[in-house]
Design a protein around this ligand. Structure first.
Ligand SMILES: Cc1cc2nc3c(=O)[nH]c(=O)nc-3n(C[C@H](O)[C@H](O)[C@H](O)COP(=O)(O)OP(=O)(O)OC[C@H]3O[C@@H](n4cnc5c(N)ncnc54)[C@H](O)[C@@H]3O)c2cc1C
Length: 496
């Protein structure tokens, strides 16, 4: 065999799986069709501005799965995280401005240092508590967030915020997302949150140098552990003989032999095109086809002639009924006539090296349906109108802009290019998430598309899926110790 494992796609899920395997001594090859690694978490440069392609803000930043993945290849010190300082939450015309950085500073000033130290010391206890509470969350996968929260929080604007956040975090509205998914997202943050606060940091953050610095660091780690990362390489086929993976064939015709392929190229795409439906039984193909993609997203990138936006992070949500919009966009694919809220960041405010001196970069995103190319110019105008409502006059400062649409993201390979991946809706979250393990021996899927028990917010979930899959494969190879054997009898190892 040429390699112990071939990873198709260098999105965050593929990079995390590759890093965990390389860190465990496996000879790994990562193949990426684009010129850069990162997929929807990549960063590109134009006229001195470094702009991200999709993701902007990461939940748990340097305290969660990102850190765990980096540690696998000793790259935890290679990535510098920034923590959100100033943010604005706008619902309809009302806005709430928060200077979290100041709150953190004040907290550091008024709390004696031993209190902060003690807070940090409680991190392992909080982690233990969150682990203990995790199993309970699976019970709550039977109920939607809405069914449990709406009766106790009858205020429409608050419901709209939760609904909108559910769309952007899980790819579907709060009347479709299981309560268990929200509980897992919150519970797992217990430990990291106490640690981040004890260190004077907010919890949510950004990667200095642009988000792509995270997958890039993982790829450097893979290479330093004897692996290889090749970009600009398109995988055409996953080769399967007698129900087992034997290798991959590239667009160039080159064949690479391996018994283990981990696909980060989308679960539907992998089954339908990279392997071929005829290699699976019909029931499995029907199941894969029935999986519901999450909502899509557009991304307006603005290069400004001067610093104009004084916030790191902005969330603007309509006060009209968000659920109605989500249903129209997601279920009925109706072309709606207004932008259903937006999220914006200023990368250069968080890291001034991301724009030329005296200039500012602003990235605005919004959830949307998958629409044909010809509809997008209209949406570009509406996206401008929407950001103009939040920051009147911003358009006058735009030196150049570009508008990325779900049609742009199609190049990354996933059918209908959902922003997050396969939606974390009822029947597709927690234990019900599509398994990383396929019916074909040696074929696995990772990313925001698959992985039982992978959960959380987009990049975080994709990373977790990659790590879980690699850990499962490493575990399978090891002979269990007598204690592990007993433990496995009491509680069989979880599927992935
Ligand atoms: C506009 C927008 C905004 C977002 N905002 C956020 C945010 O603020 N926070 C957050 O956490 N998440 C956000 N997300 C979601 C997040 O970016 C994704 O969920 C996450 O990056 C998905 O990672 P992944 O590993 O599943 O796959 P991907 O990023 O899709 O990577 C898959 C990779 O595989 C490659 N590939 C596919 N097929 C082949 C092939 N045949 N051969 C070779 N290579 C192949 C692709 O080129 C790609 O690089 C956003 C997404 C979008 C679109």
């Amino acid at each position: 065999m040429d390699y112990d494992a071939v990873v198709i796609g260098a999105g965050v899920g593929g990079c995390a799986a590759g890093a965990a395997l390389a860190g465990a001594g496996k000879k790994v090859l990562v193949l990426e069709r684009m010129g850069e690694v990162g997929g929807r978490c990549s960063t590109s440069t134009k006229d001195g501005f470094k702009m991200d392609t999709g993701s902007h803000v990461i939940y748990q930043a340097g305290y969660g799965p990102f850190l765990q993945a980096l540690k696998r290849v000793n790259k935890e010190n290679d990535v510098d995280f920034y923590y959100i300082q100033k943010m604005m939450l706008r619902v309809g015309d009302r806005s709430l401005k928060m200077n979290i950085g100041k709150v953190m500073d004040t907290m550091e000033k008024i709390l004696p240092s031993f209190v902060l130290k003690m807070m940090g010391m409680t991190t392992p206890v909080m982690e233990m508590m969150s682990n203990m509470m995790m199993p309970i969350t699976y019970f709550f996968d039977k109920f939607t967030i809405r069914s449990l929260l709406a009766p106790v929080i009858p205020f429409k604007p608050v419901q709209n915020v939760i609904d909108w956040l559910s769309c952007t975090m899980y790819g579907t509205g709060f009347d479709r997302t299981p309560m268990g998914e929200l509980m897992r997202t919150l519970f797992q943050a217990f430990g990291p949150m106490t640690k981040s606060m004890s260190e004077g940091n907010m919890f949510m953050g950004y990667v200095k140098g642009g988000l792509a610095e995270y997958p890039k660091a993982l790829c450097r780690g893979i290479e330093e552990h004897g692996g290889e990362v090749r970009t600009g390489v398109d995988v055409k086929k996953i080769l399967v003989e007698n129900g087992k993976v034997t290798g991959v064939e590239l667009e160039t015709g080159e064949v690479i032999k391996t018994n283990l392929v981990i696909s980060n190229g989308g679960i539907k795409e992998t089954v339908k095109n990279l392997v071929g439906e005829d290699k699976f039984d019909k029931k499995y193909v029907d199941y894969i086809k029935s999986l519901k993609n999450g909502i899509c997203g557009w991304c307006l990138r603005l290069a400004l002639d001067e610093p104009f936006v004084d916030y790191d992070f902005i969330l603007s949500i309509p006060d009209k009924d968000n659920q109605e919009l989500v249903h129209q966009v997601w279920d009925d694919h109706i072309v709606i006539d207004r932008v259903s809220g937006l999220m914006a960041t200023s990368p250069s405010r968080m890291d001034p090296t991301l724009a030329p001196p005296g200039k500012q970069s602003v990235i605005v995103i919004g959830p949307h349906s998958f629409e044909p190319k010809e509809n997008w110019p209209k949406w570009e105008e509406k996206a401008f109108e929407a950001i103009e409502c939040v920051f009147p006059g911003i358009s006058d400062h735009v030196m150049w802009h570009d508008f990325l649409t779900p049609t742009t993201y199609l190049a990354l390979g996933e059918e209908e290019s959902p922003a997050v991946g396969i939606a974390q809706c009822m029947g597709q979250a927690g234990a019900d998430r599509p398994s990383s393990e396929s019916p074909i021996e040696g074929l696995y899927y990772v990313g925001a598309e698959a992985g039982k028990y992978a959960f959380g917010v987009a990049t975080e979930m994709a990373t977790m899926s990659g790590l879980n899959c690699a850990d499962y494969l490493i575990r399978q190879e090891r002979t269990p110790s007598p204690i592990q054997k007993i433990r496995n009898m009491i509680r069989p190892p979880r599927a992935i």
